[in-house]
Write a protein that binds this ligand. Structure first.
Ligand code: HEM
Length: 416
């Protein structure tokens, strides 16, 4: 019987500089030689093949609750910053299982119905145009900081009915949440939790005020819709649940969309023939966005927790162990995708990548993320002619996301 010590591959720290810059060779080795691999650095099983990842998403022996086990690890007093922050995150539906998740998801779905999302296209275009105006006028080269980072925060703030001038506060809160989600441990961990807790506490109080205002004059924004919507049995979200959902949405919908836009632009600029195809035929934007999600998607890994001992591909997984469902490895699986390492914006969209996950937790905001990116890309190509990289692209050292930390560009806007 195989155990976690029989891996045929030397262990690799996924947080090392090499895999941070480009993880795809390591993913290829894992898929080929050890598709269910125990990684002693990350202390997790890595599942890398497309079919295996899809199956794992549907497997009830793998729990989504990755916060409560951590809460158990927080030494001593749960009242320290880390314990309090984890206790807040433990209420997010993305880390709940079974009926508790089903209930929250059903109530949250109302705000993300297809028609509601589609209606956001026009004002999302205005937001992107405004950001590009400022980008050009200021002479900025920082695509990440001045376009890709503010775009989704402004969209989420607007969607929640917050005044436009408060979008910067959403950006700050999201940044602070990312400190916890994407931090890499070490000496400053306590400080990261302290800042994240301060941010989320401020955000909770802000959202509480927004809910009070929406209750006295319910509008058609997301909070108004969620306040008034109830299921067939008359169940509805209480204020604490609504606040938890809104903070989860900022957390889940901001960095991810920033990364999709950055990684997508990098993929286009590194494949000029694909960029030219897209410039020549804007009808290719939807398939180009799906290819951006597949080729270099924002989420490398989604975590699960083993709740029942079982075997996968000859490996014995034990209750209490961590599992990484490696979306980005699955999306380059040659057993599923033809020429998996080619970036091809005309690629058929079936089989579908797993960038948005699978199963009951599959991304609630997938249509919104697609809409934001499908709206932004043509505006960026039109308004920033001659767009090109102005320096090396760097990435954050994290197992979770494919997150650009710097993306400098040049363009010929204004000199045409
Ligand atoms: C869940 C990816 C954008 C809200 C997920 C999951 C993935 C994902 C892989 C599954 C998590 C799991 O199984 O544990 C992405 C990517 C995005 C994106 C790649 C951008 C390109 C968004 C946006 C929003 C959003 C824009 C909202 C505004 C959520 C929520 C969940 C979720 C609330 C939890 C769903 C549940 O637990 O039922 N996302 N996401 N995401 N996403 Fe996204």
């Amino acid at each position: 019987m195989c155990s976690m010590t029989t891996s045929t591959l030397p262990p690799t720290d996924l947080l090392a500089p090499g895999p941070t810059a480009d993880p795809y060779d390591i993913y290829a080795n894992l898929r080929r030689d050890d598709p269910v691999h125990w990684n002693p650095f990350q202390k997790a099983w890595l599942i890398t093949r497309y079919q295996d990842v899809c199956e794992a998403y549907l497997d009830p022996r793998l729990s989504s609750d990755r916060i409560r086990p951590m809460l158990g690890m927080v030494a001593g007093d749960r009242q320290d910053e880390m314990g309090r922050m984890l206790a807040i995150m433990a209420e997010w539906m993305v880390v709940t299982d079974g009926p508790a998740h089903h209930r929250l998801r059903k109530l949250a779905n109302t705000a993300f119905r297809q028609q509601r999302v589609a209606a956001m296209g026009e004002w999302i275009g205005e937001i992107v145009d405004g950001l590009v105006d400022r980008f050009v006028a200021s002479g900025s080269e920082d695509f990440y900081q001045d376009i890709a980072f503010p775009m989704p925060a402004t969209v989420i703030a607007t969607m929640m009915g917050a005044p436009a001038e408060d979008a910067l506060r959403f950006q700050k809160w999201s940044d602070e949440l990312a400190l916890v989600a994407f931090g890499t441990g070490g000496a400053e961990r306590a400080d990261r939790y302290r800042r994240a807790l301060a941010g989320i506490t401020e955000m909770q109080s802000y959202l509480s005020d927004l809910i009070d205002k929406a209750r006295s004059a319910p509008g058609s924004d997301m909070i108004g819709v969620l306040l008034t919507s109830q299921d067939a049995e008359g169940d509805r979200l209480d204020d604490d649940e609504l606040i938890a959902l809104c903070s989860l949405i900022l957390f889940a919908g901001h960095e991810t969309t920033t990364n999709l836009l950055c990684n997508g632009v990098v993929s286009l600029l590194q494949h000029p023939e694909q960029l030219e195809k897209l410039r020549a035929d804007r009808g290719l934007v939807p398939t180009a966005v799906e290819e951006m999600l597949r080729f270099d998607g924002p989420i490398k890994t989604i975590q699960r927790w083993v709740v029942e001992d079982h075997e996968r591909d000859g490996r014995q997984l034990k209750a209490g162990q961590r599992v990484f469902l490696m979306n980005s490895a699955a999306n380059r699986d040659g057993g599923t995708f033809d020429r998996p390492d080619d970036f091809d914006i005309t690629r058929p969209t079936q089989p579908l990548h797993v960038a948005f996950g699978r199963g009951v937790h599959s991304c609630l905001g997938a249509q919104l993320a697609r809409l934001e990116t499908r709206t932004a890309i043509p505006i960026i190509l039109d308004r920033l002619p001659g767009l090109r990289l102005a320096g090396p692209v760097s990435y954050r050292s994290t197992t979770a996301s494919r997150a650009v930390t710097s993306l400098l560009v040049q363009h010929d806007a204004g000199v045409r």
